[in-house]
Design a protein around this ligand. Structure first.
Ligand code: FES
Length: 342
C-alpha cells in the first residue's frame, strides 16, 4: 500500500508525493522529482536530515554522528534511512528551492456559494474539481486568492480539509472597505471563477502526542476548522483538544453549530467562545483569551499550543505564557493582518 507524504520547507512551501510500501523515503522523493540535498546515502553524513511532524516510520541504520539519541527522541530522521508505516509529514530546515521542484499549484475555483456566517464573516465555497488532481494541502495551511479583474491577491486559510472532489472553503472577514470584501459583497456570484495558488504556509497540524490548545482570533478560526475537520474524520488522535475562540463582539461569532458538532465527533474536544466587547444579550465568556486559560491544568502536563490570529493577540498570549510556570510546551503560530498579509 502506498503512503501519502508531505515535505514542508523553511520557506513555507509544501511538496506532496506518494511513497511505496517499504520504499526508502529518499528514493520516493527522488522518483517524484523532489531532489533533497544528499551525500552519503548511508545514514552517516546527516545531509538528508529532517523531522517527522506526523505519521509512523522506521529507520534503518543511523550513525550517532548523524543523529544523537536526543535527535531521535525528537523524531528527527534521515530520509535515506526512513521507511514509512503510514501517511506522514516531514519538515526540512531549508528552502524548497534547494530541491529543484515546484510545490505550489495555481488552480481555478468556481464559486458555488458565498455564505454569510456572521455579521462580519463569510465562507467562500469554491469548486476546483476541474483540476484533475486533488489539490493537496495540510489542514491549517493557506491559499492566495486573486481578486477577479484586479492584480490583487489575498491570503486565506483553508476552512476545511483536502478532499478528492476539490471542494474548498475559506472563512473571510468582510472589511468595511477591502478589495476582496467589496468584490464578495458587490460582484461575486455563483459560477464566477477565482484563481488561487496553494498550498502555502508552515502552520499546520503536527504529530499529536500530547494535549492540544488551539487559540483562534477572529477569522483565525479558519485554519482550525480545517484541522478539526481532519481530527473529526480520524475520530481524534487520543489527546484532549481545547479551542479558545476570541472575537470582539458576539455578532462576529460564527460556525458555532460546527464547533458543537466536533464535540460529538472528536473525543476530548471542548471549546470556549470569548467576547471582548459583549452586547447586553451575551451570556457567555467575556474578556481576553488568556484570562480564561486554566493555569493549573496547563501546569500539570506538557502540551502543544497553536495560535492563529492578529499579531497583538499572538504577542499577548506569548507574553502570558512567558510569565507562567508551565511544563514544557511547543508553540506554533500564524499571524495575519486582515487586509492582505499574513
Ligand atoms: S545522505 Fe547522508 S545521511 Fe542521508
Amino acid at each position: 500500500m502506498n503512503h501519502k507524504v508531505a515535505f514542508s520547507f523553511a520557506d513555507g512551501k509544501t511538496l506532496f508525493f506518494e511513497a511505496g510500501a517499504n520504499e526508502l523515503l529518499l528514493d520516493a522523493a527522488l522518483r517524484n522529482g523532489v531532489n533533497i540535498p544528499l551525500d552519503c546515502r548511508e545514514g552517516v553524513c546527516g545531509t538528508c536530515q529532517g523531522r517527522c511532524e506526523s505519521g509512523q516510520y522506521t529507520l534503518d541504520y543511523v550513525d550517532e554522528e548523524a543523529l544523537s539519541a536526543q535527535d531521535l527522541a525528537q523524531r528527527k530522521i534521515l530520509a535515506c534511512q526512513t521507511r514509512l508505516q503510514s501517511d506522514a509529514t516531514f519538515l526540512f530546515d531549508f528552502d524548497s528551492s534547494l530541491c529543484n521542484a515546484a510545490g505550489t499549484q495555481t488552480v481555478q475555483g468556481v464559486v458555488t456559494n458565498i455564505e454569510l456566517v456572521s455579521r462580519s464573516t463569510a465562507i467562500l465555497h469554491l469548486d476546483a474539481s476541474a483540476n484533475a488532481q486533488q489539490l493537496d494541502f495540510l489542514p491549517g495551511q493557506y491559499a492566495r486568492l486573486k481578486v477577479p479583474e484586479t492584480s490583487q491577491w489575498r491570503s486565506y486559510s483553508f476552512a476545511n480539509r483536502p478532499n478528492s472532489r476539490n471542494q474548498l472553503q475559506f472563512l473571510i472577514r468582510l472589511l468595511p472597505d477591502g478589495v476582496m470584501s467589496n468584490f464578495l459583497r458587490e460582484q461575486c456570484q455563483p459560477g464566477m471563477t477565482i484563481e488561487l495558488e496553494a498550498p502555502l504556509g508552515s502552520f499546520y497540524l503536527r504529530h499529536v502526542d500530547k494535549p492540544l490548545v488551539l487559540v483562534a482570533g477572529g477569522t483565525g478560526l479558519s485554519a482550525f476548522l480545517g484541522m478539526l475537520d481532519e481530527l473529526a474524520v480520524e475520530g481524534g488522535r487520543g489527546h484532549p483538544v481545547h479551542l479558545f475562540y476570541g472575537v470582539t463582539q458576539d455578532a462576529d461569532l460564527c460556525e458555532i453549530q460546527r464547533l458543537d458538532s466536533y464535540q460529538a465527533r472528536i473525543p476530548g474536544f471542548e471549546y470556549q467562545a470569548i467576547v471582548s466587547q459583549p452586547s447586553e444579550q451575551w451570556q457567555g465568556k467575556v474578556g481576553f483569551i488568556p484570562e480564561h486559560f486554566d493555569v493549573e491544568r496547563l501546569q500539570r502536563r506538557s502540551f502543544d499550543i497553536y495560535m492563529c490570529g492578529p499579531p497583538p493577540m499572538v504577542e499577548a498570549i506569548k507574553g502570558w505564557l512567558d510569565k507562567q510556570q508551565l511544563q514544557k510546551f511547543t508553540m506554533y503560530h500564524e499571524k495575519f493582518i486582515d487586509s492582505n498579509s499574513r
